[in-house]
Design a protein around this ligand. Structure first.
Ligand code: NAD
Length: 433
């Protein structure tokens, strides 16, 4: 190590097959390899950091409402714990794969290092379609999943949080199950809990507030005024709907919104609160009054100042990166942009706020929640938001400094920063035994 100080040439993306490989874990490894090559990290250490530390696969049998038993598959992946306990969300999705969970776990390692909080990286998930399950079935699934992965969980080991199709209620069930097994109320075993159960003020909208702070910093660099800026949001879920509301309050103009069923567009602006209320009733934003229909593909290609992908991986690929017209892409979701697309966006002068920086507000406030739980404290909303503001702007500045120092694009800079921090912790700890 110590090589970070040396000014290296631009990172080289390893040769890839002519057709783009969209496997998220291979993409995560390419992103890591780029930084490891840049930092000239020792080959042994590279081998450790490009694969997860631990992978757990579990069968989850539950009784359905109709009396039949169904067995679901679940995972918990801990990528790295050099800088602190493993930390990462739990995703419920019918198309979830183990490679996706591995990718998400490694992105968590780089994310917690980018914003410099004392955690490693983890992720978990269950292959299931929550839209086809009752509340009772979801509760039984969550409790049995928690029980099955409980040997590797704990406030000092691995702390889950919400992700796609999981929420504060899911975390409450996880906390209760873990606490029953432990024989004590283990508040710090998960984050993103309801405030009535030791959750933090401000956690529900933390990812969106973190995104806002990063967007404000990027706007300063690109000399764009957020007031009046046009914004398109792909994925109107927890993160997407909250960030749409917050930038709307800052007087930005939401020109398009979407979910898995399609999108809506109005060049004069959409009120995200009206979209939210409509979606609550209709299950989608599609069809809301005062906006015309638009496809997800067309939304991504809209002429706007800020594009916020907030759905799933691989939204911006080799196939559509050339069509992106936004000046800033703020990655609310994890892994929305492939390495090939990154190259194209850089060439076009699009400023990308990479996922491991842009959406780190969620894990930052999860860290605050955990710290409050361990101390038996409860911080007010303003205190939480002020601390989040500090963490996000500091991280943005660290990434920007690294960009300038090494004359590289924002994702490469964030990876160089994060990988160097984790590698340093690994080296100073040494290899066990
Ligand atoms: P969510 O389930 O609340 O929302 C996801 C939204 O994306 C839904 O509205 C869904 O309809 C939509 N969607 C799914 N497929 C789509 C597609 N192909 N095109 C357009 N929209 C589509 O999930 P979330 O918690 O908001 O997570 C969204 C992203 O943000 C994920 O990548 C997640 O890992 C990331 N993230 C979440 C948090 C958090 O605290 N929840 C924190 C950091 C990052």
């Amino acid at each position: 190590m110590g090589t970070l100080a040396k000014v290296m040439p631009q990172p080289v993306i390893p040769k890839m097959a002519p057709r783009e490989d969209l496997n998220p874990f291979r993409i995560a490894q390419i992103q890591f390899d780029m930084a490891a090559e840049f930092l000239k990290i020792d080959l042994g250490l590279r081998q450790i950091l490009r694969t997860p530390k631990r992978v757990m696969e579990v069968s989850i049998p539950i009784k359905l409402d109709n009396g039949q038993v169904k067995v679901f598959s679940g995972y918990r992946v801990q990528h790295n714990t050099a800088r602190g306990p493993a930390k990462g969300g739990v995703r419920y999705h019918p198309n979830l794969t183990l490679d996706e969970v591995k990718a998400l776990a490694s992105w968590m390692t780089w994310k917690t290092a980018t914003v410099n909080i004392p955690y490693g990286g983890a992720k978990g998930g269950v292959i299931c379609d929550t839209k086809r399950m009752s509340r009772g079935e979801l509760e039984r699934l969550t409790r049995r999943y928690t029980y099955e992965i409980s040997p590797i969980l704990g406030p000092e080991r691995d702390i889950p949080a919400p992700d796609v199709a999981t929420d504060a209620q899911t975390m409450a069930w996880m906390m209760d199950t873990y606490s029953m097994l432990a024989g004590q109320a283990a508040l710090g075993c998960v984050t993103g809990k309801p405030v009535s159960l030791g959750g933090s003020e401000g956690r529900a909208d933390a990812t969106a507030w973190g995104l806002l702070f990063a967007i404000e910093e990027a706007c300063k660099l690109k000399k764009i005024s957020l007031r009046g800026a046009s914004v398109a949001v792909q994925g109107f879920g927890s993160v997407g709907s909250a960030v749409a509301r917050i930038v709307f309050e800052k007087k930005a103009k939401i020109v398009a919104l979407s979910d898995s069923r399609g999108g809506v567009f109005n060049s004069r602006g959409i009120d995200p609160l009206k979209a939210y209320r409509y979606k609550e009733r209709a299950g989608t934003v599609v069809g809301m009054p005062g906006a015309s229909r638009i496809s997800n593909e067309d939304l991504l290609a809209l002429k706007c100042d800020i594009l916020i992908p907030a759905a799933l991986e691989n939204a911006i690929t080799l196939h559509n990166a050339d069509q992106i017209k936004a000046k800033i892409v703020a990655e609310g979701s994890n892994g929305p942009t492939t390495p090939h697309a990154d190259e194209i966006l850089t060439r076009k002068g699009v400023f990308v706020i990479p996922d491991i920086l842009a959406n780190a507000g969620g894990v930052a406030v999860s860290y605050f929640e955990w710290a409050q739980n361990l101390q038996g404290a409860h911080w007010q909303d303003a205190e939480v938001n002020q601390k989040l503001d500090f963490v996000m702007r500091r991280a943005f500045n660290d990434v920007h400094m690294t960009m300038r120092k090494h004359r590289t694009h924002s994702r490469a800079a964030a990876y160089v920063l994060a990988v160097s921090r984790v590698a340093e912790a690994m080296l100073v700890r040494g290899l066990f035994p």
